[in-house]
Design a protein. Sequence first.
Lengths: 265, 290, 372
Amino acid sequence: MGRRLLSLHAGLVYAFLYAPIAIVVAYAFNGGRQTLNWEGFSTKWFSAALHDDSITSALRNSLLIAAGNAVVACVLGTLLALSLPGMWRAIRVPIDALVTMTLVTPEIVFGIAALVFFTEAGVTLGLMTVLAAHVVFNASVVALVVRARFVGMGQDFEEASYDLGAGPLSTFRQVTLPRLAPAILAGGLLAFTFSFDDFYTSFFVSGAGTTTLPLYVFSSLRFGVSPVVNATAAMVLGLTIGAVVLAYVVLRRSGGRSGGVLPLR
Amino acid sequence: MEAASDLPEPTGRRRGRGGGPRYPPWLALPALAWYVAFFLAPLCFVAAYSFAELSGFVGIDFAWNLENYRYLWDPVYGEIFVRTLGLAGFGTAATLLVGFPFAYWLARYSRRRTLLLLLVIVPFWTSFLIRAYAWLIILDPSFPIFRALHVDLLYTTQAVYIGVVYNYLPLMVLPLYAALERIDWSLVEAAQDLGDGPLRAFRRVTLPLALPGVVAGSLLVFIPLTGEYLIPAILGGNKTAYTGTLIAQQFSEAHDWPLGSAIAMVVIASMTVVLVACSRIAARGEVGDG
Amino acid sequence: MNEHEIEEGLGGRRIDRQGFVAGAAATVAALGLGRFGSMDAFAASEAEGELFYYNWADYVNPKTYPAFTKATGIKVKKDFYVSNEAMLAKLKGGARGYDLIVPTGYMVQILASEKLLQPIQWSKLPTVKRNLNPKFRRLPFDRNDRFSVAKDWGTTGFMYRTDLVKERPTSWREFVNLTKTKYSGKVTVLDGIPEVIGSMLVMLGYSYNTDDRSQLDKAKKELIALKPHLRAITSTEYKQQMIAGKIVMALGWNGDGLAVAVKKPAAYVIPKEGGEFWVDSYAIPVGAKNPDAAHKWIDFVYGARNNAVETAYTYYGSPLKPALLRGVLAKSIINNPAVFPSARVVAKLQANQISARGTALRNRIWTEFKNA
C-alpha cells in the first residue's frame, strides 16, 4: 500500500544522497590522471594527498577549528538553553528572535559582516576569527537541541534529588547534566559538522594561512576535477563515517535499548 | 524557533514546590555577549557601511547618504533579486516535496531511526564543496548515465537546481522529522477507525501536527538560499547573477564594500519580513487551534 | 517514568563524563594553540624555514618548489587566487602573513598606493641584477623599481582548437560572431573583469582603459548579446575543458593557449584589433613573516636554468636577457611568437591602466553581464 511506496521513495532518497559520494570514493581509486577515464585500481592518490602539505594543514586547521568551536558552542548553548525557560516572556522572546536570526541569516551576509567587523576592529584574521564566527551559529544549534530536550524531559529526577537533600549545584551535576548529556553531545556533533563543512564564513574571515579543508577544495575545484581531491574527499568521508558509527555504537550502548541519541523524543 | 509548548514554569528553588530548580537567567549572558560581539556588532557595521561610498580603488568614505540604495533601485538588481527569490522558492518547494514523504516514512515506519537519521547527516559531513564537486563529475557529458541520455546538464540552471536540492535536503528533513516524530500515530489510526479515509486523516490529523516542522524546515531552506552563490558558481558555470553572487562580487572582486553592505541590508530586511510574517502565522495558528 | 529513562539517567553518566573530559582536553589544546594568535604563531617558530607564496593558480612549475627547498632549505607554503582583484580584496580585507605575491603591473600601483607593499631590497638579489633584461626595469607602474621585480609577461587574446574550428579566426569580431552562431555553448571567457570588458572595447576600436560611459555602454551591449552563448566564465577550468574538447574556443592568456597546444591541436591568437599586454611582478606585501625567503625565491628563479624550467611550464615570456636563455630553453619555445611576440606585435597592445572610476563602471557592467 502507501507504505511500500514510501519505503521506495526513502530508498531513492538515500540513493540520491549517496550516489555522488560513492562516485567520489570510487574515482579516488582510479589510477589515471584524468578522473573520467578509468585506468586501473590504485591507491597512489591517497598517499599523494597524505603527503601534500596543503591538504594536511588544511585538514588540521579544519579539525582544530571544528573541535574548538564545538566545545565553546556546547558550553554557551547549554547555558543559554537552561536559562531560557526560566525567563520572563518579555526577555525570552527577543532572545529567541536573536537566536533564530543567527540561524537563518544567509551565511554570506554573516561572512561579510564578520569581515567588515574584524577589519574595522583591526583584528588579524586567523584561526581564532574563524572559530569565533563559527560559534555564533553553532551555539544556537546547541541551544536549540538542548532546549528541546530540557523542556521535554520533565523535572521528576530533580525533584527526587531535592527530596533527598541535594543542593541545586550537585543536583545539576549529578542528575540534570547526565540526562542532558545526549542532547549536548548531539548538539556538539552538529556544531562540529557545521563548522567542519563551513565555507562562506571561513572564506571571508580566514585571512592568510588558515586554509580550511573546504577552502582548499574550493581553490582546487577551480581547475575542475582532480584525483588528489577525490582521494582527500574519500578519506574525510571514511573518517566521518567511522566517527558517526563510533558515536552511534557508544551512545547506543550507554543509552539503552532506545538508542536515544537524538533528544527528539 | 520556539521549542515545545511551554511547560508550567517551575517556580521556587528548592524542594516541595512541584518542580526542580529554576535556572538563573544570567546563565544566558556568555552566549548573549558572544552574539552581541560577533553577530550584532558586525551587522551594525554593515548597516553603517551601507551609508558610505567607495572612494578611489578601495577606500571608504562615510558620506552618510542613500547613494547605494538609490544605485540598487534599478531594474537589473530587481531582476537579480527576483531570480534569487525564484531559486529560494524552488529549493523550498522541491526539498519539501522530496523531504516530506521521506521524513514521514522515517518517523512512522522505520526501525533504527537514529542510525537512519545519522545516515542523512553523514553526507553533510563530507564538506559541501566535495559534494558539489561530485556533481561536477556526474553531470559531465562523458559520465556514463548522462552520456547515454545525450543530456548535457553541466553548467546549466538545471544543474544548479539539482545541486540546491541535494545540499538543502537534510536541512528540510531534520525539522520535518522532529515534528513528525512527536505525532501519536494512534490518533491517525483512530481517525481512520472513525471513518476518515487515509488521505482525510492525513489532512485533518497529521498535517496540522506536522505544520511547525514544515515551517521550520522551510525557513531553514528558504532564507539561506537567498544568499546562495557557490552552487551557481561551481555547477552553473559561474555565469548567473544571484544576490549572493552580487554580494560576493563586491567583497571579493569589485571591492565596493559599501555597495555590498547595502545589498546585504536588503537581504536582511527581506529576511526579517519573512520571519515576522512566519511568526505571525504561527501565533495565529496556535491561538486558532486552542 | 519508565525503565528507559532510569537507564539513561544512570547509565548515561559514565560515557558523558569521559566525553566531557576528552572534550575539555581538546578545547584546551585547541584554544591553547589558538591563544598564540592563530597559525601564524605556529608558523613563526618555523619562519626561518618557510615561504608563504600567494600566487596565481598553476603558475609555477611543480618541480621548482622542491628544487628551491633543496637549494635553500626553505619550505614553500602556497595559497592561490584567480584574479588580481580577488587578491587585492584579500589583502585589503586584513589577510597578513603572505610573504610573496604576484600582482599584474597595474595592481602593483594600486597596492603601493594603498601602502600594502614593502620595498624590495635589491642588495639581496644578485642574480636578478645580473640577469634581468634592462627592458623590464623601470616599468611604467613602478618607475623606481621600488616594489616589484618582473616575473613574466604575456598577452590576453583567445585560443581555439584547430581541429574543431576550421574557420581560423584572427579577430575579436570573428571570435564573437562564431560564438554567437556556430559554436554557441562551447566557448568560455575569463573570470576577469578588465580582461573581458577590455577585449570588447578593443574590438570596437576603443581604448582598453577608457572611462567613457558611452563607449563602455557599447561594450556592455556586445557582452550581453554574447552571454547566452557562453558555456562558463572561468579563468582556471578552460585549459582542461579545451583539452577534453568540451569547449572549442576560449578568451584567455597566451601561456594557457600553449599549454593546450602541447596536448591537442590548438592555436593562440593575438587578435587584429589588439589586446592586453601585461607584466606580472613579484612583490612583497606588508606583514610578510619571512621577506628574506621571498627575496631568496626571486633570486633563485632568476637563475637562467631555473627560469627556463619555469618558462617551459607556464609558457609565459621570460624577463631575462635573451642571450641567457639560448641553450637552456628549447628553441621551439624561444621562437614561438605566442610566447615571445615580436616588438611590433607588442606595440599594438595596451597595458591595463584603468582608473578608479573606470573600475567602478566596469564592475557595474560585470553585474549586468552576469545577469543577462
